[in-house]
Every structure is written in structure tokens, then in C-alpha cells.
Ligand binder design. Sequence first.
Ligand code: CMX
Length: 509
Amino acid sequence: HQDLHSQLKEFIPEQQERLKKIKSEYGKVQLGNITVDMVLGGMRGMTGMLWETSLLDPDEGIRFRGMSIPECQKLLPAARPGGEPLPEGLLWLLLTGKVPTKDQVDALSKELRSRAAVPDHVYKAIDALPSSAHPMTQFATGVMALQVDKLKILTVTKQTKCVDNSLLIKSTLGKMGSLWVGAMLSVGKYFADPAAFLKPLASGDWLTNCVKCLKGVQSEFQKAYENGIHKSKYWEPTYVDSLNLIAQVPVVASYVYRRMYKNGQVVPMDDSLDYGANFAHMLGFDSPDMLELMRLYVTIHSDHEGGNVSAHTGHLVSDSILVASALSDPYLSFAAALNGLAGPLHGLANQEVLLWIKSVVDECGENITTEQLKDYVWKTLKSGKVVPGFGHGVLRKTDPRYMCQREFALKHLPDDPLFQLVSKLYDVVPPILTELGKVKNPWPNVDAHSGVLLNHYGLTEARYYTVLFGVSRSIGICSQLIWDRALGLPLERPKSVTMDWLEDYCKKS
Ligand code: CMX
């Protein structure tokens, strides 16, 4: 019945020893040859990074700590019997390598809810952007703002001792004035019952916490670094930041959605719901099938080994040296990852797919024939564009993340006309891409399917879709960041060369 932190604490030393052994025993073993093609081809096929949480097989697809998506669907705890896995369970699996019990997952859901408060200035930072700004820009701005000072008052003393909530609040208010009132209100806004939040803090301890929180920045890692934390302990504040960040991002993301599409009417978190369901709820969707879809969506989008643009960016930045010689904390790293995810060849492809499918329907109607669809695909290719949702940098077969969404659609929305169009594309597109002769993987990827499912349940704003991908990625990227710190992984710094260098080297050899 251990909690997540204790299980991780036990697991880390074992893994540190394992890494040491690999280094000393196998340090000089060669893992392959680097060719000029690989250097010019975006380092494809070059093994060059450690990523513990997941591994991508070109044929089978992703495995999370060794478990395939169907295995996760079978073995991870679900909200309803035989239902979709809870993303909290996947987080547990990624961090500890073990399948949690339902009780452990429920406790983690509760913990995440308790970490989900978002400071007011985050909303102000988002509000400073025009509401027409791309949702990913608004989301990444919010994540950056999460890292910043929570409150600026430094005048609280520990003499403010109180024994009960009301007294505590009163005397705290007396000492600190209106900014603290603001903070309490913003906490209250995201907890159905603010008193429940205050209760565990209503002691001398609470005041100490409160003093700490007022003095410091939001990022525990940055605070600890500035206070001279020993290298071997880096993972602890990274863990706290990561759990906070994972808890906070659905709140920030749903704020962006409600701001853009629902006149800014925010839906508060529901303390009875798990992580995925709460996210759907805060977006404004409460149908039981949509809650299940969101649990599945977050789970399958969470992690896809280390070399993809967003994961690699997050990892690279977390290992690099920032201004003032601080290692980037999870907030900065994850914001960087989001900016990578926002590119159309990566996460933005889910937006592109739905817009593309809708343009097919606009031009040819819903009862499009196979011949018309083929023509449309060729037209897209001939205009120098890619067919979004098809192809992959590593995968060489149909993405299992596509397949499990297809199974979800067959179960819940078999008659949806856009789903039927997506099914038709599965038959039509691969032979055409194969005919092009250069596409290494003509099969659909995760993004080919996600939009039609969301669209079916009323989340029709395609420009928002990559934000959902982003929220999910917080789970994978932050899990690995904790392991980056636990294993003491070094600064990433591959060698680059010029064309002159390549020509000289190749002529000589
Ligand atoms: N439509 C048209 N052309 C495609 C294609 C597609 N779906 N997929 C690959 N190609 C082309 C490439 O553009 C490249 O052409 P050039 O040589 O003229 O530049 C050629 O085929 C070879 O590419 P590749 O080695 O097969 O694929 P890459 O590893 O270079 O790129 C990916 C992978 C995903 C960027 C590419 O398949 C693509 O652009 N797909 C469409 C966008 C998409 O769905 N992205 C989402 C991927 C999943 C995710 O990260 O979310």
C-alpha cells in the first residue's frame, strides 16, 4: 500500500546502481555506425539517448515500461469495470515500472486534485494575449507563467501562530493584506470546498508552509537549486514540480478553451472526478462516454519514447544550462516541449487532420465515393502538402494508438459519418503514399483518428486539439524528467559539422 513517492524512492537507488553497472561493464560497446545519411536525415535511426519510461518498436508501436496499449487497457485500473485506463495509473506505471492498485490510483487522483491550484497571474498572462491567439500559444504562455513567483509578500513571521482555520485566516489577513486575500480566493475558485484545502494546513505547520510559499517561486526545483541543493537530491523537487505541473495543466488548458469558445465561463474542478474525467468536465463535457474517451486519450498520448520533437525538446532543455546557471525546471522544460508539439508535422497534425477531413466534406459532401477521395488525396499531394495523420518518423505499421481509437469508435460511434470517412481513408491513403515511392510509412498515425472522436462528442474546435495532446504529454515528459534527475543524466551536447567538414572527411576515408 505504498504511495507513489515512497515507491519511487525505493526504486531509484536500484536503478542508479543499474546505470552505474551498465556504464562500467558496457561503456565501450558500439551501438551502430553513424552514416552521412543519418546526419543529413535529422539523426533518424541513430541511437543516442536514454529514455526509461517508454520504448517505440517500429512494427508493434509504443510500450510503456514494457506494456503495450492493449495490455495497459487490460491491466491498468479503470473508472468503470472493463473501461478505459485511468491516466493516473499510467503515470504511476511510467514512474515506478509497476501496475498500481485501484486504491493507489484513487489516492493519486486525490493528490493531483490537491495540487491543482493555479495562481491568478497565470490567467492574467493568458488574458494579455488576444483571444484569437492560437490555443497552443495561450497554453504555453500559461505554463511559463506557472513557473513564476506565486506571491511577492515577504513580511510574514512565524510568530503568527494560530490553532483554528478562521483565526488563522483572520490574523494572516491582518498581517498580509489584500494580496493574500487574492491568493485565498484563487485557491477557493478551484476547490469545490475551500475548507477541505485549509484543514490539513490549519496548524503551526501550515504557517511554515505558508511562509515558504510566500517567499519562494512556484518552481520547487528552482528554489532548491538557489538554496544549494546537492545533486543527488535533484529529483525530489523535480518530483514536486512535476506532480504540481501535471495537476495544473488541465486547469490552465480548460481555461484557454473556455476563454476562447465559451465566453470565458470557467467550469470549476469536480472533487469527485479522476484526472481525465475532470479535464473533460472543466472543458464543459460531462457525458460518460466523453469522460471515458478523455481517459483513453490522455493515456495513449502521454509518451512516445524520447526522440520525438516534444519529448526530446523537454529532455534537452531540462538537461541544459540556463541563464544564471540553473538547470531548467519542469515548467520551463515542458513549455519548451509544448512549443515543439505545436508544429504541424508533430502534434498540430491532429488539428490539420480534422480541418483536412472537413475540407473533403465541404468539397465533395459526406457521401464521397472512393474515386473522389483518391482524387482529393492526389490533389493534396500535388499541391505540395502532406496528407496529415499518415506517416511516421519511426513507426512502420499502423499506429496502435490509431487502432485503439478505431476500436473505441466502432464500439461507441460506428455510424458517425466522419468516422466512416476516416475508415475509408484507411483504405485509400496507404496505397497512394506507397505509390509515391518515397514515404517510409504509408500507414495512419495517432492524429488520423483523434479529431473525429472529439468532434463526435461536441468538441468541434479543431484548433484546440493540440492542447489536449499537450496536457497528455505532461505525464510522459515529466515522468522522464524526474528520472533524468534521479539518474543524474548529463547535459546533452551532440557534435555538429559543416558541409566542408563532411566533404573533407568522406574524401579522406
Ligand atoms: N504525406 C505526404 N508525404 C509524406 C507523408 C505524408 N503523410 N509522410 C511522409 N511523406 C514524405 C516526406 O514529406 C518526405 O518527402 P521529401 O523527401 O520530399 O521531403 C518523404 O515522404 C520521406 O519521409 P519519411 O522518411 O517517410 O517521413 P519522415 O520521418 O521524414 O517524417 C512525418 C515523418 C510524420 C513528419 C511525415 O510522415 C509527415 O509529414 N506526416 C504527415 C504529418 C503528420 O501526420 N504528423 C504527425 C506524426 C505523429 C505525431 O508526431 O503526432
